[in-house]
Design a protein around this ligand. Structure first.
Ligand code: NAD
Length: 373
């Protein structure tokens, strides 16, 4: 929707490594399009993260970069990593930059939509009738649980045996704040939350179920809530994925279930994600895929996952829902028009490059905008 005043938006842009800079160039085209067609003005603060940051600053995330991110309205990231940094110290590796960014920005909620676009229905390994129209949102707790719980470590038992320990631990406030994110999102979607844990065998799961139930009764009883054991959820995602709207779960189960749900769509180059902290603080938006060193610099990368991540930033951090809708609809138009990057090529479609895909999207936005204007 066109507004009658100009909204100024500060974005931190971190292209990162490998295909990051190629796909981010296509996001910039979309940003320029929005500036030309809506009363929006973007200030872009570009910087390095990952291996490119290590080469420039000696750190995969420099303090000055982090400050820029914290001061922004949203962070749009490409991806990090590559074989040239394989021998760098563990705490200076590209991935360490990403982990630091998530930790320092207190991003406790990871949002991973799994959407099957009609034009790509054959890319899924499941039957078309099972995945048609699929639109699930997985909300994963990102800063707690077994990946961070103490005690942890590997202990030498002195008798030729060793013991590895990790601790699954959640406190009320952690369950409460992620539950709140899930219920709020469900209200803007199809109004259903499925909460997953293993309350049958884990005390932390029992607490999770009790706290989600309490929150639901106190503040969200207009949203449908169901509880499901995480192993059953893994099965149901393959058997009947359309039963789900929003799935909320802990860090470990979310890691696994979000990858499973993503693969229902069959195409890594199409998957966006968002990581959010407290309301009003900037979120980080990035594609699910990595830096794809095997195709970097060849114009083969699909930019749509990063463009869809930018659309999530418009929706969740910038409150520009109709602009986010426009971009998502334009992506569907592009896919229907038959121009495809190599990762999603199908019979009868024309192979196009990264930059041609960006141009095709701008063209689709133009067409839509003309229709509306
Ligand atoms: P990857 O996602 O980079 O690539 C897996 C396969 O998918 C490759 O064949 C690649 O060419 C293809 N692919 C990925 N994105 C694509 C796109 N947009 N368009 C077309 N094809 C695409 O995973 P990987 O090969 O396991 O990892 C490569 C590097 O990326 C590693 O250093 C890894 O640590 C890093 N990584 C980073 C992130 C992140 O930044 N969040 C996530 C995953 C992997």
């Amino acid at each position: 929707m066109t507004q009658n005043y100009t909204q100024d938006i500060n974005l931190a842009i971190l292209p990162g490594d490998g295909i990051g800079s190629e796909v981010m160039a296509e996001v910039r085209k979309v940003i320029s399009w929005l500036e030309s067609n809506h009363a929006l003005s973007f200030t872009l603060h570009e910087d390095d993260i990952g291996g490119t940051a290590y080469d420039r600053y000696g750190e995969p995330l420099a303090d000055s970069t982090l400050e820029k991110c914290k001061a922004s309205d949203a962070v749009i990231m490409g991806s990090v990593g590559g074989p040239q940094w394989d021998n760098v110290d563990y705490n200076k590796r590209p991935e360490a930059g990403l982990l630091r960014l998530r930790k320092e920005m207190e991003l406790f909620a990871n949002l991973r939509p799994a959407i099957v676009f009609d034009a790509l229905i054959d890319a899924s390994t499941l039957k078309p009738e099972i995945v048609k129209g699929l639109d699930i949102l997985i909300v994963r707790e990102l800063t707690g649980g077994v990946y961070f719980g103490e005690p942890r470590g590997i202990e030498d038992l002195g008798n030729g045996q060793r013991r590895g320990v990790n601790t699954q631990v959640y406190e009320t406030y952690e369950i409460d704040r992620i539950g709140r994110v899930a219920f709020d999102l469900a209200k803007k979607r199809r109004n259903k939350v499925t909460s997953c844990e293993k309350a049958n065998v884990m005390e932390s799961g029992k607490l999770w179920r009790e706290e989600i139930t309490k929150l639901h009764a106190a503040e969200f009883n207009d949203v449908e809530l169901e509880h499901m054991y995480a192993d059953n959820c893994a099965m149901q995602l393959l058997r009947n994925p359309s039963q789900f709207d929003v799935i909320v779960t802990d860090n470990l189960f979310g890691d696994i279930l979000s990858d499973e749900a993503a693969m229902l769509t069959g195409s890594l180059g199409m998957l966006p994600s968002a990581s959010l902290g407290e309301t009003g603080k900037p979120g980080v938006y990035e594609p699910v895929h990595g830096s794809a060193p095997d195709i970097a610099g060849q114009g083969k990368a699909n930019p749509l996952a990063t463009i869809l991540s930018f659309a999530m930033a418009l929706r969740y951090s910038l409150n520009l829902r109709s602009e986010a809708d426009e971009i998502e609809f334009a992506v569907q138009d592009v896919l229907k028009s038959g121009g495809r990057t190599p990762d999603i090529i199908a019979e009868g479609c024309q192979q196009i490059s990264t930059s041609q895909m960006g141009d095709a999207l701008i063209n689709a936005l133009d067409q839509r905008f003309k229709k509306v204007a």
